[in-house]
Design a protein around this ligand. Structure first.
Ligand SMILES: Cc1ncc(C[n+]2csc(CCOP(=O)(O)OP(=O)(O)O)c2C)c(N)n1
Length: 608
């Protein structure tokens, strides 16, 4: 049977067909749908959202130790978080097969950096496969498990956004029964990385690497396509598709295994074609390694950009050695650029309105709330990685001393806090900071599409489970009096933030307002608000909340005056179909021109 599948769905299918028993992940674009598909479609696989990527990989490792095939999937930066176990996992190897899927994000559609994770395979001395379409995504996962067990190594499979999210035809097969028995097997010297044992294992992985190099020569996903022998392209992954689309008649060495590289095969290709080019996205990974082997490609990164995604136009220009000119837009009048924005009714907006008013320096973190860095909110002032808001707020406070008191707030989401905010908050308390941390608890992992986490009370399959109490956790970590606020109530939020900023001790405020898109959290939404056009003076205070439901329209003539004779240049307008009735705009309007349609104004929502 054949089915149309996205790359991520195909990876999930590959895991199923390979007989995977345990799959663990932390959400992150473009990888998230792998585990979502497993949890929905393949009920026999144990699936979990782990608290972070390091934990996910450790869970997979544990399952592999017990003989099960196990998979951990994550976005590219997730591998940084998992890098500590990963580097040594390479030393200990596996028992049941273990595949680590990394989904890279060239062009940074939804990421904090654009790192090229092929380097990780080289760094950790493990094999890496890179599929070019959904069929290969499935096949390479299955091969990954076989190679993992054969060579006693974790295997990395790398995708990019275009592989994860593009769809293609996939041939379905029956699941296999994995060869390794699931049982407790002790092998302390292999799996316990004390220096004395690890020294031995280092030698073992170097020897394994030599065997993997030989294997790369036979890897079924490395394919030579000899057409016109004048020009040959060495490429892999999605870049192969771009090149093949524009130059179907050139010759290709299409690599499915991008680490280690097949030296002999590459040499053979150089002999068979006249001029060789290397086409690859991001870093000159293949190119540098091919040059280091002593081969001399005619072109590579001198023709293709190192930043961003490739596409067929860029590949064509590069190959023809013309300076890249952006293709003409398809539409004469392209849509105006629109930065991403917090949803109407988003609980984060109220918090930002207050922090902006108080002229706070906000150390930021990663999640929907990072959008608070954009105008008109302009509240978040830094962010580097998940969890960094807390450590950086603490570091700033130590550097600034008295100068910084009352000025620094670290802003972090609930999922991010549980991913990597707990240890820095403990550090803050232990080391006597004075910064204030706000956990914006919207009951979900919003940015990646509403996944559960240990603070939501539900597992990935929707079963009820233990729910971490963030207030109690804060207390245990050393916060004397953690506070709660309703972020849709501006007065209350401002009062609590001011009080906590006055503390000469670390403080914690948990803003409790569910993500407005989380239907299960709300008993009902409120009635949309409306603008009283006779009163609005066009001051734009409400517009500056950056709510997509509120717009501003210039007025002239009779309309350029309020009912009581105040001049105005425009009036605000609320698009009721977008407004869930959070009443934040109601609270900032200084002239009472925003009307609640509730019996009495509700600052927030009735939640479950
Ligand atoms: C290391 C790493 N893993 C995963 C991600 C993807 N990611 C971005 S934000 C985020 C969490 C967002 O949830 P939360 O902190 O609750 O904030 P919200 O978006 O709900 O406001 C995730 C998982 C990432 N950027 N970096």
């Amino acid at each position: 049977m054949k089915k149309i599948m996205s790359g991520n769905e195909a990876i999930a299918r590959g895991a199923f067909e390979a007989g995977v028993k345990v799959a663990a992940a932390y959400p992150g674009t473009p990888s998230t749908e792998i585990l979502e598909t497993i949890s929905q479609e393949y009920k026999d696989i144990y699936a979990e959202w782990s608290t972070n990527e390091k934990v996910a990989l450790e869970v997979a490792f544990g399952a592999s130790l017990a003989g099960a095939r196990a998979m951990a999937s994550m976005k590219h930066v997730g591998v940084n978080v998992a890098a500590d176990p990963f580097m040594t996992l390479s030393y200990v190897g596996v028992n049941g097969g273990l595949v680590l899927v990394t989904c890279d994000d060239p062009e940074l559609y939804s990421s904090q950096n654009e790192q090229d994770n092929r380097h990780f395979a080289r760094f950790a001395k493990v094999p890496m496969f890179e599929p070019s379409d959904s069929q290969e995504a499935k096949d390479f996962i299955k091969l990954g498990f076989e190679v993992s067990e054969k060579f006693d190594t974790p295997v990395m499979v790398r995708g990019v956004t275009r592989i994860s999210h593009a769809k293609g035809i996939v041939e379905l097969e029956e699941p296999v029964i994995p060869p390794v028995a699931i049982e407790i097997r002790k092998d302390t010297a292999k799996y316990t990385m004390l220096p004395s044992f690890a020294r031995i294992r280092h030698g073992v992985i170097e020897e394994r690497f030599l065997r993997l190099k030989e294997f790369a020569e036979q890897f079924p996903g490395n394919r030579m396509e000899i057409n016109d022998p004048a020009i040959g392209i060495i490429t892999a992954g999605i870049s192969y598709q771009y090149a093949k689309e524009v130059f179907p008649n050139y010759s290709y060495l299409k690599l499915g295994m991008v680490w280690p590289l097949p030296r002999n095969l590459i040499g053979e290709f150089f002999k068979k074609v006249k001029k060789v080019f290397v086409v690859e996205e991001l870093d000159p990974f293949l190119e540098d390694n091919i040059r280091a082997m002593g081969f001399k490609p005619k072109g590579g990164k001198d023709r293709f950009p190192i930043c961003g995604e490739l596409n067929p136009f860029i590949v064509e220009r590069g190959m023809l050695a013309k300076k890249f000119k952006a293709p003409k837009p398809v539409f004469k009048e392209p849509l105006p650029p629109r930065p991403p924005n917090l949803c109407p009714g988003c609980p984060h907006r109220g918090v930002f309105a207050v922090l902006r008013k108080l002229k706070i320096y906000a150390t930021g973190d990663i999640g929907c709330y990072t959008l608070g860095a954009y105008p008109p909110l302009s509240v978040i002032n830094n962010n580097i990685c998940m969890g960094s808001s807390i450590g950086s707020a603490h570091g700033m406070s130590k550097a600034l001393g008295e100068e910084g008191k009352g000025k620094i707030v670290g802003v972090i989401g609930d999922s991010t806090f549980l991913h990597s905010g707990v240890t820095p908050l403990m550090d803050m308390c232990y080391n006597k900071s004075y910064a204030t941390i706000m956990i914006l608890d919207n009951w979900t992992t919003g940015m990646t599409g509403a996944q559960e986490h240990p603070g939501t009370g539900y597992t990935i399959r929707g079963e009820k489970t233990h729910k971490v109490d963030l207030i109690e956790l804060g207390r245990v970590l050393g916060i004397e009096n953690p506070r709660k606020v309703n972020p849709w109530n501006l007065e209350e939020t401002e009062k609590v933030v001011k009080e906590e900023l006055e503390q000469d001790a670390p403080s914690l405020i948990v803003s409790q307002g569910p993500c407005i898109l989380l239907r299960r959290a709300f008993k009902k939404y409120n009635t949309p608000l409306i603008i009283d056009s006779t009163k609005c003076v066009g001051c734009k205070t409400c517009v500056n909340l950056g709510c997509a439901a509120i717009s501003y329209q210039p007025v002239e003539g009779e309309m350029a005056m309020t009912a009581d004779g105040k001049k105005r240049k425009g009036i605000a307008f609320i698009e009721t179909s977008l407004c869930p009735g959070c009443h934040v705009c109601y609270q900032v309007c200084k002239v009472g021109a925003i009307k609640s349609q509730e019996e009495k104004p509700i600052f927030g929502f009735e939640t479950v």
